[in-house]
Design a protein around this ligand. Structure first.
Ligand code: PLP
Length: 841
């Protein structure tokens, strides 16, 4: 498709094409006076009511973004009209996180307007890159889970699927990370300080959410008023989701909490002015901030209400839509609900959708239990994202009793019926009841959200083959035995539009030059590059593209931060949330070993290397913050050591976010994916690196296993224990053995604990010794260090043979087609949702 689209960054169409392009989106010369230029001028002038000469770069960004929004708005309206008319089955993707990053360049690209806009920018003397820099990242997520949701809505729009994302419009996204003296500090991310040109508030489509209690200020503190129901309002803010080619423009609908206007007037007139207003403040605080915990459930009350709020608003909205579209004269035929709506739960965060949909069908629609249960299960589907026990959500029963008493009643009834069934099927297996129950017994009874989601839906999927396997055979084994047909795997993917076409123009150009641009919407076409692994000309193209991306990154880094890196060194990256299981510490130990080798033997030959680390730690995760401190001290010490200057450099890049990933990943030669086997559900940055021409050094974990299969194991640098070995050696893993018997391991640890990296801060890294050496290390860092070094040695050996290196890069690129989120979404659509494309004419 779209064969008339020029490859990224190539020559632009003539000026006359501007009007044609705009017309294609329904706003050509007739509607607006001539061109996008005019749109831009109008916005610049009228939106700000300011002298054109006086506006700053931010105003220019807003004017450009609003012009692009004008261009897409008719398509956006027409998309919704088409869905209203055709009434197809729709997908509703419920997620507490959408880590979308910036929108301007992505929307311009997906509308195929990039040549036009870039040329217009040149004509106006606009610095296009500076304009793009004005847009803050929409950081409405923590990491992989939120970024997956963003890639999925891109794919669904590109594939013309009638789909909608539902989430929360946090006023503060993931915190801003700064580094002071090596330590992480957090600052609020007030990303909405300036008006966001992409969002449209829709107060007319407000919904009401009822809670079983109220909140009140007494003596200066906020308390809960038991038994006095209250309500909140949910106001939708819509953002366009432009499919590639601009044919379909779907909607991401984010909810904001507001207080009803008729707040307690009685209290107000009785003189309790502050407490009457405090209730309002409570309501509006609900969507103020994203919880910054990745792979951990902090079990906080406000988070619980946030999750319910997302569910209640989204279900009210979609049920309202179902009623409107499916009621001829009388009531709708509710048995058609699963034929019209597929609701996907991104982890258990929106898991209260199970009792909420039951409540609607039982209490509002007045169906009987069996029919309500059948419809609920057939409409909902659940994606599991992690096997980490600390990430599994379990909400205290008393909270539901207070806030959602009716939902608690429904959950208990679901559980009663379910456990009856279990007893009937497994009469001699008393232990099973305790394991599968939706309630965890104990001093405080808690709802097991994963069990609720599995029992209350028709589909449970994991996000990579190994993850789905472990889910089925270990984590929820008993439930999988009862409902084997509900379990499946859907290996994650990422959108090649943002992560290749947009992020890496030189490489995208090289690929298109060789095989045409079909890969943009059918990434499996990269397979055609396979024979070119032996084509010297193509290998050179790829290597030149990499070199260009590295220079671009080095230039940006110098101008943005003053840090100087040499693009002729190997760029070796590990960028992701900082977590023990992801093992940034293992990577750091590798660097310390290499550093020791150079100190011992200054004349040894070693290709010069630059190691990049980037990632945020949850603010309450002290060990992760100490790891960041260590990485920064490592960087500082190595920088200050003349013995290794020009040969080894470590850079910790603060404020990891989508925009930084888009810059660094194309410039990377070596991707580190080194989690303890069995712990990384899928990973998605692994895929981004693979399709950007990096080679992977990694463990047999998550989707990295499937990546190695696709590229050929011989083109990968796999090392370390398998998930089975990890599970089996837990009981006898002895870090001391590695210290006592592996000289390089010992020397690295000794150097760290001699305070070599903490001369003025003695003891600061004691917590690292505690985890690494004293048995408490669940993630078995030392068990994999020598294997890592061995894989690293093989990698350097290959690097010394540029043609051999380039060949493997091409074979990796050629094998990366499977990891498009288009492929993932095609599987969800066919095997879970049963939805079909609904093209917009
Ligand atoms: C892709 C991405 C992630 C996920 O990275 P993993 O290495 O898979 O954990 C996290 N954060 C950002 C900003 C990303 O773009």
């Amino acid at each position: 498709m779209d064969s008339d689209r020029p490859a990224a960054g190539t020559a632009t169409p003539g000026a006359a094409d501007m009007g044609k392009l705009l017309q294609q989106y329904g706003c050509g010369p007739i509607r607006f006076t001539g061109s996008g230029d005019a749109l831009y001028e109008r916005h610049l002038m009228f939106d700000n009511v300011a002298d054109r000469a006086a506006v700053g770069p931010r105003e220019r960004y807003e004017a450009v973004a609003r012009s692009v929004r004008d261009v897409l708005s008719q398509r956006w309206v027409r998309t919704e009209q088409t869905y209203e008319r055709e009434n197809p089955k729709r997908v509703y993707y419920l997620s507490m996180e959408f880590l979308i990053g910036r929108s301007l360049a992505n929307n311009v690209l997906n509308l195929l307007l990039d040549p036009v806009v870039e040329r217009a920018a040149v004509g106006k003397g606009l610095d296009w890159l500076a304009v793009l820099e004005q847009e803050p990242d929409a950081g409405l997520g923590n990491g992989g889970l939120g970024r997956l949701a963003a890639c999925f809505i891109d794919s669904m729009a590109t594939m013309e699927l009638p789909a909608m994302g539902y989430g929360l419009r946090y006023e503060y996204g993931i915190f801003k990370q700064t580094i002071r003296d090596g330590w992480q500090h957090e600052r609020p991310d007030n990303w909405l300080r300036r008006p966001d040109p992409w969002e449209i508030a829709r107060p007319d489509e407000m919904v009401e959410v009822r809670l079983g209690c109220s909140f009140e200020v007494r003596g200066g503190t906020l308390g809960v008023v038991v038994g006095r129901p209250s309500s909140l309002l949910g106001v939708p803010y819509d953002r366009p989701v432009v499919g590639y080619g601009g044919k379909t423009v779907n909607t991401l609908r984010l909810w904001v909490a507001a207080a009803p206007d008729d707040f307690d007037f009685q209290a107000f007139s009785a003189g309790e002015f502050v407490s009457a207003l405090a209730e309002r403040l409570t309501a509006e605080s609900l969507t103020r901030v994203l919880y910054p915990d990745d792979s951990t459930s902090m079990g906080q009350g406000l988070r619980f209400v946030q999750e319910y709020f997302l569910v209640a608003c989204s279900l009210a909205d979609l049920v309202r839509r179902f009623r409107r579209r499916n009621s001829g004269r009388g009531d709708p035929d509710w048995s058609a609900l699963p034929a019209k709506a597929a609701i996907q739960l991104n982890d258990t965060h929106p898991g209260l959708a199970v009792p909420e949909l039951m409540r609607i069908l039982l209490d509002d629609v007045r169906l009987d239990w069996d029919q309500a249960w059948d419809l609920t299960r057939r409409t909902l589907a659940y994606t599991n994202h992690t096997l980490l026990p600390e990430a599994l959500e379990k909400w205290p029963l008393p909270w539901l009793a207070l806030l959602l008493p009716r939902h608690l009643e429904i959950i208990l009834e679901i559980n009663r019926r379910f456990l009856d069934e279990v007893r009937a099927r497994f009469p001699d297996d008393g232990g099973r009841i305790g394991r599968v129950s939706l309630i965890e017994e104990g001093a405080e009874r808690r709802i097991r959200m994963a069990n609720l989601a599995i029992v209350g839906s028709h589909s449970t999927n994991g996000v990579a083959a190994i993850h789905s396997h472990l889910l089925r055979t270990v984590t929820v084994k008993d439930l999988a035995e009862m409902f084997p047909e509900r379990f499946s795997n859907k290996t994650n993917g990422v959108t090649p539009r943002r992560w290749l076409l947009l992020a890496n123009p030189p490489l995208a150009r090289g690929i298109t030059g060789a095989i045409g641009d079909g890969w943009i919407t059918d990434l499996a076409e990269l397979e055609k590059l396979k024979p070119l692994a032996d084509d010297r000309g193509f290998r050179d193209t790829i290597i030149r593209a990499k070199r260009e991306a590295k220079s671009r990154f080095a230039d940006w880094l110098r101008s943005a931060s003053g840090i100087v890196v040499d693009p002729d060194t190997i760029f070796d990256s590990q960028v992701k949330r900082i977590h023990e299981y992801k093992r940034q510490l293992l990577n750091a130990l590798r660097v310390v070993v290499l550093y020791n080798r150079l100190r011992e033997n200054p004349d040894m030959e070693m290709a010069p290397r630059t190691f990049f680390f980037s990632g945020k730690a949850a603010p309450a995760y002290h060990l992760a913050k100490t790891i960041i401190k260590f990485l920064n001290n490592l960087a500082g010490t190595i920088d200050g050591d003349p013995a290794v200057r020009g040969r080894l450099k470590v850079v910790f890049l603060p404020e990891y976010c989508v925009s930084l990933a888009e810059r660094l990943i194309p410039a990377t030669d070596v991707s580190n994916q080194i989690s303890t086997a069995g712990y990384e559900a899928s990973g998605t940055s692994n895929m981004k690196f693979m399709m950007n021409g990096a080679l992977t050094i990694g463990t047999r974990d998550g989707a990295t296993i499937e990546m190695a299969e696709a590229a050929g194991e011989e083109n990968f640098f796999m090392f370390g224990l398998t998930a089975e070995q990890v599970a089996g050696s837990r009981s006898w893993y002895d870090p001391r053995w590695h210290y006592d018997n592996e000289p390089e391991t010992r020397a690295a640890l000794d150097l760290i604990f001699s305070e070599h990296f903490s001369r003025y801060e003695p003891g600061v890294f004691d917590p690292l010794r505690q985890t690494l050496l004293t048995g408490g290390d669940h993630y078995m860092h030392l068990a994999d260090l020598t294997a890592y070094l061995e894989a690293d040695r093989r990698l350097l050996e290959l690097y010394a043979d540029p043609a051999g290196w380039a060949r493997k890069v091409v074979l990796n690129l050629a094998g990366s087609g499977k990891f498009s989120s288009d492929r993932t979404i095609a599987e969800y659509a066919a095997e879970i949702w049963d939805v079909k494309p609904c093209p917009v004419p």
